[in-house]
Design a protein around this ligand. Structure first.
Ligand SMILES: [Zn+2]
Length: 335
């Protein structure tokens, strides 16, 4: 209905109105809300006595770098620190500056739910701690050194090492100061999407980190307290939490299906190959970015490949059939 009207009266005023409405919707959904007051002036983490937390087996939590209280290091990015510039973002973790090769330990008992390369983090490890309903995030680890890949861990278990400045998310051209980006969040990794401000591997985000479940790590460790039933997860509608991921997945999976059905019906080999390649590519990007739905994309890519092979064989059979038919006709003609 709207589309028909739009087609009927394509005057400039209508166009402007349409574009303005779209812009307004985009602005509305991009979250212009002001972060809560808790986002400002978070005191610097008190790291004294870090060794004591690691030494006491009775305690639930310890710092992931036990010796960090003993070292002198430059001013690290605090929890909720605001970035400079107009596109203000907030730091969802605490940074602990130590040299590359420093061992990193599990902050509590738990199960590794992710261990792998991840964009700006170099190597990233996530540990779920269901007993407290939190997960912990260790970023800028070393991809080239030993690291734990999966399984259950106990508090204080070695999980990996800090990465060099050219492999910890930095590069030879743009080195990144060697440090641990350590985050703690209410809920488990799978409670969060792989895209948008609610993404599970978030580092710097638009909303106030504590509004989307991030906790101040040093406070959790010094507090040593688990609320009854575990740390409560942040409130947020399904769309707020998963919006971007839902749209991306629906768009890609839906588009892929349409392309597959179209190429199957029309028997266009080129379109089938193109669709298959795009599906495989989207699946790869999704899996690197941690977006859900990449299994479906890979499965459809395999299906697409099957269609391409099937169509190729069918075409060859038809051509052979035609060839044989012609031969038979020619034979008949000679007789
Ligand atoms: Zn950081």
């Amino acid at each position: 209905m709207i589309l028909r009207e739009w087609g009927e009266k394509q005057n400039p005023a209508n166009k402007a109105y349409f574009v303005a409405s779209l812009l307004w919707l985009v602005l509305l959904s991009s979250g212009c809300s002001q972060p809560a007051a808790t986002c400002y002036q978070q005191p610097r983490a008190d790291l004294s006595g870090a060794l004591a937390y690691a030494a006491d087996d009775e305690l639930e939590f310890q710092y992931p770098l036990p010796e960090l209280g003993l070292k002198d290091y430059p001013e690290p990015a605090r929890f909720c620190k605001a970035s400079r510039g107009s596109n203000r973002k907030y730091h969802a973790a605490e940074d602990y500056h130590l040299p590359a090769g420093t061992p990193v330990y599990a902050f509590a008992d738990g199960v590794i739910s992710f261990s792998g390369r991840m964009g700006g983090y170099g190597w990233l490890i996530i540990i779920d701690h269901p007993q407290a309903n939190i997960y912990s995030l260790y970023g800028h680890l070393s991809p080239s050194r030993w690291k734990l890949k999966s399984g259950a861990v106990e508090k204080g278990d070695l999980i990996g090492y800090l990465g060099d400045s050219d492999e910890n998310g930095g590069s030879a051209k743009n080195p990144l100061v060697t440090h641990l980006h350590f985050g703690i969040r209410a809920g488990q990794r799978t409670d969060y999407s792989g895209q948008g401000e609610w993404r599970w591997m978030a580092g710097w985000i638009k909303p106030c980190p504590s509004d989307v479940g991030w906790l101040k790590p040093s406070q959790v460790i010094t507090g040593q307290e688990i609320p009854p039933g575990g740390f409560p997860e942040p409130e947020g509608s399904l769309f707020e939490k998963w919006g971007e991921e839902l749209i991306l997945s629906l768009f890609n999976v839906g588009g892929g299906l349409v392309a597959l059905i179209y190429s199957l019906k029309k028997k266009k080999t080129f379109i089938s190959i193109f669709a298959t390649a795009m599906l495989a590519l989207a699946g790869g990007v999704f899996s690197i970015k941690g977006t859900r739905g990449y299994y479906a994309l890979f499965a459809m890519a395999v299906l697409g490949l099957g269609i391409v092979i099937y169509q190729y064989l069918q075409k060859r059979n038809e051509e052979q059939g035609e060839g044989e038919g012609r031969e038979a006709q020619e034979e008949q003609g000679q007789q």
